[in-house]
Design a protein around this ligand. Structure first.
Ligand SMILES: Cc1cc2nc3c(=O)[nH]c(=O)nc-3n(C[C@H](O)[C@H](O)[C@H](O)COP(=O)(O)OP(=O)(O)OC[C@H]3O[C@@H](n4cnc5c(N)ncnc54)[C@H](O)[C@@H]3O)c2cc1C
Length: 535
């Protein structure tokens, strides 16, 4: 029997983010994965601004930026009938090197395919002293004994068994989660369709057509949008996603070579299929994210259509929300309801992001009725192509420009936050409105010498004090009395004071505002009990 504080099942991007966050906090954890750590079929590639902010905190932002995706590859979006076929429209975006950093963040989104991102995260997690990473280790069952969780694992290569005992177990084991299943947690939601990913190699594919470099080529035929090719390594590797159908596909009749040929629009262009795999496009959410000492995070807790690239990035937010709460419980300052706040806070965020993903997907299929004559070599065909292209370009802009979705999420009505009665700012998908209203991500501002306000958050709570006479002694004493880690930070810059709007702002370890006011609270002990889940 091996013992640890947290057992993480699944070393995908979410399990690894949680391991990294816990390790960074000094919490011992074991991450197990039944695979060998290689990503056999690339899925995500867009690492959001928010995920990059967390990577900055963990000290790996530069590593993600330099992971290997070519910085000068143009990240355009092309709408066409095939690579060699008609161009319908295009949306030109800069390459990663020239991609702008938004004023509201110290980081910009990064293009880093999961084939590079997951191994990078694994290395970074393993470098944290308290993290142990074990591949070829499948969890087959577990039991919550009340004061611990005991998991049974098996090495799929040898059949050898090993038990692991942990204070908490977190299932980050993907959409088909065994942890969710064994915990008896059902899911709600809907299936949007069945698709197939085809991963293929074709060196020099850009020479097969005149559409130029793009992050994505979206294909439209007479029955509507039917698939897209996405760049993988910026060189020879590509992924074709065939959108498929509402009904489960019969894979015995699926011909990956024919699908790639149709996407290229040429029969004579050479390529090799590396692998292909079916997957279900769905918007599903687990009915509970917690059962006793067992938690769900990432795709195990929720799935969403990849239209937008929110799946992994939302899972990373789960990990960061949960990390500090587990730390608080293990260090003894977390209250009884702290762990329950994980689900209360994350569920609305997940629903919001999943709905944005489905809305994007509906824009993809929203042109179906218009496409009947999209391949016609006639003036009418030309008219249809222009109309479909214009509609796709207009409606899908929110998918490519989604800063609002990534930064604007907030924890309304949190049981561990003190609402201040101010109105909620707008929440459009493409635009982010910085606010220090309780529940929101504490906004970024430069402090000088390359330091962001975000660099102040993470290890414990931070009390930002704008003006030396702001009364903070009561809060500091109450935090000390309840062993809540708290650092007071004086900020003199007027613009930052204006951004935060109050003289005292209490920020949680995950970088969200817990409370703010111009004067110290009337009952500081109660406020501290509330933010640590003990009120
Ligand atoms: C085509 C496509 C494109 C996408 N693009 C993006 C994007 O650009 N941005 C984005 O944010 N998201 C994107 N996503 C979604 C993203 O890939 C997923 O949300 C993300 O991989 C989920 O991460 P996870 O760690 O929760 O689960 P997974 O990545 O599924 O990892 C789960 C891990 O658990 C392991 N495991 C499973 N069962 C066990 C067990 N019993 N014992 C031990 N180990 C186990 C598996 O081996 C696996 O390594 C995309 C998805 C698709 C299909």
């Amino acid at each position: 029997m091996i013992e640890t504080q947290v057992l993480i099942v699944g070393a995908g991007p979410v399990g690894l983010s949680l391991a990294l966050d816990l390790g960074w906090r000094g919490v011992a954890c074991i991450v197990v994965d039944e695979g060998d750590g290689t990503v056999d079929l690339p899925r995500g590639a867009m690492v959001s601004v928010r995920t990059m902010e967390f990577c900055r905190r963990w000290g790996i932002a530069a590593r993600v930026a330099n992971a290997g995706f070519p910085p000068d590859y143009r990240l355009n979006v092309v709408y066409c009938t095939s690579l060699a076929g008609h161009l319908l429209e295009r949306d030109d975006f800069p390459c990663q090197r020239d991609y702008p950093t938004p004023a509201s963040s110290p980081e910009r989104r990064q293009w880093c395919p999961q084939v590079l991102f997951d191994p990078l995260m694994a290395r970074a997690a393993a470098e944290q002293g308290p993290v142990t990473l074990r591949y070829h280790c499948r969890v087959v069952d577990f039991a919550d004994t009340g004061d611990a969780v005991v998991a049974a694992t098996i090495d799929p290569r040898t059949g050898s068994r090993q038990a692991i005992r942990a204070n908490y177990l977190v299932g980050c084991d993907g959409a088909a989660s065994l942890v969710r299943d064994r915990a008896g947690i059902e899911q709600d939601g809907e299936t949007l369709g069945y698709s197939v990913n085809v991963f293929f190699r074709s060196p020099g594919l850009l020479g097969a057509h005149d559409k130029g470099e793009a992050e994505r080529y979206l294909f439209v035929g007479p029955t509507g949008t039917w698939g897209n090719i996405t760049v993988v390594d910026g060189g020879a590797e590509w992924r074709l996603t065939v959108m498929g159908s509402r009904e489960k596909m019969n894979l015995t009749r699926f011909d990956p070579r024919a699908a790639v040929r149709q996407a290229i629009g040429r029969d004579d262009w050479p390529f090799d299929i590396i692998t292909f795999k079916p997957w279900r496009r769905s918007e599903m959410i687990a009915r509970q994210f917690r059962r006793g000492r067992v938690f769900l995070a990432g795709d195990a807790a929720h799935t969403m259509s990849p239209t937008g690239g929110f799946g992994m990035n939302t899972g990373v937010i789960d990990a960061v929300n949960l990390g500090w709460k587990l730390q608080a419980m293990l260090r003894g300052w977390g209250g009884e309801s702290l762990l329950d706040s994980y689900e209360v806070e994350q569920r609305p965020v997940i629903l919001r992001n999943a709905r944005a993903s489905t809305r994007n997907f509906n824009h993809w299929v929203g042109v179906t009725e218009m496409c009947g004559r999209v391949l016609d070599k006639s003036p009418e065909g030309e008219r249809v192509r222009r109309a479909v292209g214009a509609r796709l370009k207009e409606t899908l802009r929110v998918e490519w420009e989604c800063l609002g979705v990534m930064l604007g999420y907030r924890y309304e009505d949190s049981p561990i936050g003190a609402a201040d009665g101010t109105p909620s700012p707008p929440d459009p998908p493409s635009e982010y409105f910085p606010t220090a209203r309780p529940g929101s991500r504490a906004p970024h501002a430069w402090l000088g010498s390359g330091r962001s306000t975000l660099d102040l958050f993470g290890r414990g709570f931070a009390l930002l004090r704008f003006g030396a006479n702001a009364e903070s002694a009561g809060l500091v004493a109450a935090a000390a009395a309840q062993a809540l880690p708290l650092t007071v930070v004086d900020i003199a810059e007027r613009e930052i004071a204006a951004l935060y709007e109050r003289r005292l702002v209490l920020v949680r370890p995950d970088g969200h505002v817990a409370w703010r006011a111009d004067d110290g609270p009337r009952d500081p002990a109660h406020l501290i009990r509330m933010v640590r889940g003990a009120a």
